[in-house]
Design a protein around this ligand. Sequence first.
Ligand code: ADP
Ligand code: ZN
Length: 729
Amino acid sequence: MYAEVLIEYKVKSLDRSFTYEIPEGLRNIIKVGMKVSVPFGQGDSLINGFVTNIKYDSNLGNLKSIVEVTDRELVLNEELMELGKYLRDTTLCTLISAYQTMLPSSLKIKTIKSNFQKVDTYLKLKMPKEFIKSYLEETKGKNQKEILEILLKEEKILKKDHSASTVKTLLTKGLIEEEKVPTYRIDKENAKDFSKVTLTEDQQNCYDEVMANLDVANTYLLHGVTGSGKTEVYMHLIEQVIKKGKCAIMLVPEITLSMQIVNNFYKRFGSDVAILHSALSQGEKYDEYLKIMRGDAHIIVGTRSAIFAPINRLGIIIIDEEQSESYKQDNTPRYNAIDIAKWRSEYHRIPLILGSATPTFETYARSLKGVYKLLTLPKRVNDAKLPVVKVVDMAEEAKKRNMVLSGYLKEQLKNRLELHEQSILLLNRRGFGTLVTCTSCGYTFKCPNCDITLTYHKSSNALRCHYCGYFLRKPENCPECKMHDIQDSGVGTERLEEQLHKLYPEARIVRMDADTTSKKGSHEKIIQDFKDEKYDILLGTQMISKGLDFPKVTLVGVVSADASLNIPDFRSGERTYALLSQVAGRAGRSGLESEVIIQTYNPDNFTIKMVEMGTFLKNYQYEMSIRKKLKYPPYYYLVGIKVCSKVYEDASIEATKVYNHIKGSISRESIILGPTTAGVFRINSVYRFQIVIKYRHDESLTKSLKEIDEMYIDHKTVYLEIDMNPYYI
Ligand code: ADP
Ligand code: ZN
């Protein structure tokens, strides 16, 4: 017996199956879709691969044998084997990378102990702070000083983030000590809380419509305002699907932002829920996969890649916050989970539900045309009112020297503190100052690897690049003119926090951004503490805007709406509206009177006006008229091609070649633009030129794209990133 094996080899030209002999002992075991280990190439080193076919004859002589089965449980089923080909054809990836995406390659049974609990080791001071301070004055060790200085400010730090030898020295000297903390695992204990709510009339209508067609491949848009109870509709539907012995996949944008939903699912469905997302440890991930494969869990809640969950009896797919860009993978394969969901919905003949308060305009247009079925929840549950939105003109405020917080916002924050109600402030820039310059010579600190300025982070006294992570201790003097005049300007979350403390000394304030949530579990803790009213004000970047349900929040302030408006992208109007109404939707969820204050230098901007009026439809109609004129989605499809190289000339020359090749072969109706420099031209020392194609129907396009893709497979200095239907251009 022989098996054709698609090997895990990075070279695209080897993306095909090779024939191997199946040894006697494995003949009853090996199946199509299984992962096996085979000898390959010079020296016959072992490599993993997927069995794509099994046959009884082979006219090839002298074949090598399969060595072993890598995993007997995690096998790609027939559906997923097919789906892989769809992924290859629509995203232009290799078949092997499609299969690897569907079944993570790291899941090897031998190397992973199932059910282990991960423990993180933290460091904290062992001696009193005063002692440490005097030690710091004496010691010369620069690395030691660095760690101790951080520990004077922060209670705990993660051990593995710091130099092992320095840590050891400090431990031996008895200055610091270790603390082992089991990492956050989801609380499955109080599972199955049978208390169930009765659906409202609107919810019931949506539910009934889907229930009437459980065996049809319909796509629905569940368009419900924030707080309208979409989750409850999902759960009721899933319950019925499970009763029929089928399974459900429910996608959420980011697991940390969706813990409230996940916990609700645990409460309702208990251990029938499996969770799949990238922050799981290897062991946890393996546990969850096995639960699914063995049929112990019927509900899979997860992020993007959970759409590939290996389920045979799929009954429904739900994608919450469908407008979220997290559903699009931004490295190969560049797939969109919504497309995969549609494919699986057709395959199983089951409903797909896209839920959102602010769907993408592509989705909304389809639902108006009847391609998708539109379900609406126009009201909040329990007649809770949507918040009142007030726009503040910051140009006027600047005249009164209110640079960051307007007089009105300050007043309202004070008022909420007095009423013991909570407030949320959104500021989409982390760090302290956003621009660091020398006031003597005008020198500006930029990242050496990227075309972007560095951001000052006060807590670590460092300048950082938010693209590549480049890190520089803040120098005392200007590297150009050597003067002692370095200053930072602009406002990030760190500085805002400091200012709030000064303005409201009694207020309990917590900040949530990438810097305060880097530790596992810290995100959940901030959310829980805020919910438990341990804080009065939550400030943060857009991670505070999504999906959170805080009953006591009655004020939401958007410190600057302009950052989002000014992004030069055809979707920025759509996105700004979505972001602002998402964050606005955090207010007044339990029925208390609530207000949203939006600060901007563009009070007359159309999108801002629409947010003020709370009219999704008008914003949609306006933006659609522009898109029609400018030939953007949903009127046209897009392809984005990036021609990348560390060598500037190579990127530039090849970009023109790519352009000419495509131009010469595509339909006359299609439009090709470029090459231009990409938004941020250089990231991590790589120069990026961009070409954009707009098309409606173009038979020759895919062929042309495949050709240029092949042309650059083995190029020494240049690589291409081809993105079908990119989120950003
Ligand atoms: P959305 O996701 O649409 O913003 P949620 O699903 O978070 O809204 O629901 C908002 C709140 O309303 C939640 O606290 C939820 O428990 C509650 N809720 C939802 N449906 C009902 C119902 N039928 N009866 C009572 N409360 C409900
Ligand atoms: Zn950088």
